[in-house]
Design a protein around this ligand. Sequence first.
Ligand SMILES: *Cc1c(COP(=O)(O)O)cnc(C)c1O
Length: 401
Amino acid sequence: MLSDKSIFTQAVHAGERTSRPDFTPVSTPIYHSVGYLYDSMMDLDGVFGGTRTGYVYPRYGSPTVHALEQAVATLEGAEDAVAFASGMAAIHAALLGAGVRAGTTIVAAGDLYGATYALLDRLFTTLGVRTRFVDITDLNQVEQALTAERPAVLLCETISNPLIKVADIPTLAQMASAAGVSFVVDNTFASPYLFRPLAHGADYVVHSATKYLGGHGDVMAGVIACSADRGRDLRERQKLLGANLGPQEAWLVLRGIKTLPLRMRQHCANAQTVAKWLSDHPAVAQVNYPGLPSHPQHAVAARLFADRGFGGMLSFELRGAGQAEVFRFMEALDLVLPATTMGDIYSLTLYPAHSSHRQLDPDVRAALGIREGLVRLSVGIEDAQDIIADLSQALEQVVRQ
Ligand SMILES: *Cc1c(COP(=O)(O)O)cnc(C)c1O
């Protein structure tokens, strides 16, 4: 059919659309196509009408992204999942889906991820949405806020940043349900390996897939897991919001997810070993890690995460240190990298006071427990003893000076 056409026509069409495959690739191909063809216009009409499965346009969904969505839905025990171009796009959409609109109120954890805090505190405020921030580990305070505010949504993270607090999701879900409030949980730090919030009463589970789901520090993505009805509603919103994930990115996250349990097992084991070692070091004043019996939510974490471990995130305070000493420590590290992200295979440090919590007054930071000597460590999947050796030599250098 193409053989008698001009090279201009051949160059455009040759090699394409050869499939209607009667075989199934073992691993999902990356479908970059924007358009899709069907046997008849009535078939296409059926796809638009929802009586036939298929794809029409990538903002409405596409095969590689759909494969990722099915994978996340399976891992989170959800009926559906919807992928987005970033974790922030997913959080934005989940809040709209959960009922946030002008005149409504959100009750949210005070120690949310910095950009989520800013979304509520700056952007949503200008749209007539109020947020009351609470200490999510103080259940009485949450109960009072739910009663007083009659909010549309309760929002928190399973494990928070940078103090690694653990929220009692099952109890919070009961409180939200009793108050008729939608419950949105950012499960980024825990990942479905440690905890599946939907099984414990959450309505929406949100991930920055940029972190543990992708896991290799090479892709930005977000995803929401939820019921089939909520998923349908989110897809309608996504058609208008347009923060869709691209097929290349979806494929990278899908590939990353295949080793999520293996990576998480190593992250948890390494973090437990490193946390214990740090807590015995004289230059370290305090270690925040839910796997340590001294952690205020150690019992909650043990109950939520069963026997799987306590995650890969920890933070610690250098004794008597200010910014100068912390910077010297971070620069003295060799294997552990000072990169502004977390939840991937590399061991990474971050200084919260100048990054995620930079906008806050030093007094407010101190009140939150984020002091000048605090360092966050995302423990990677390298050998724990190599991570410890690097931390040890860097601590030596700071102590000596
Ligand atoms: C990184 C992160 C986000 C934002 O996700 P992006 O993919 O960067 O948009 C939201 N919540 C948590 C807990 C995060 O760590």
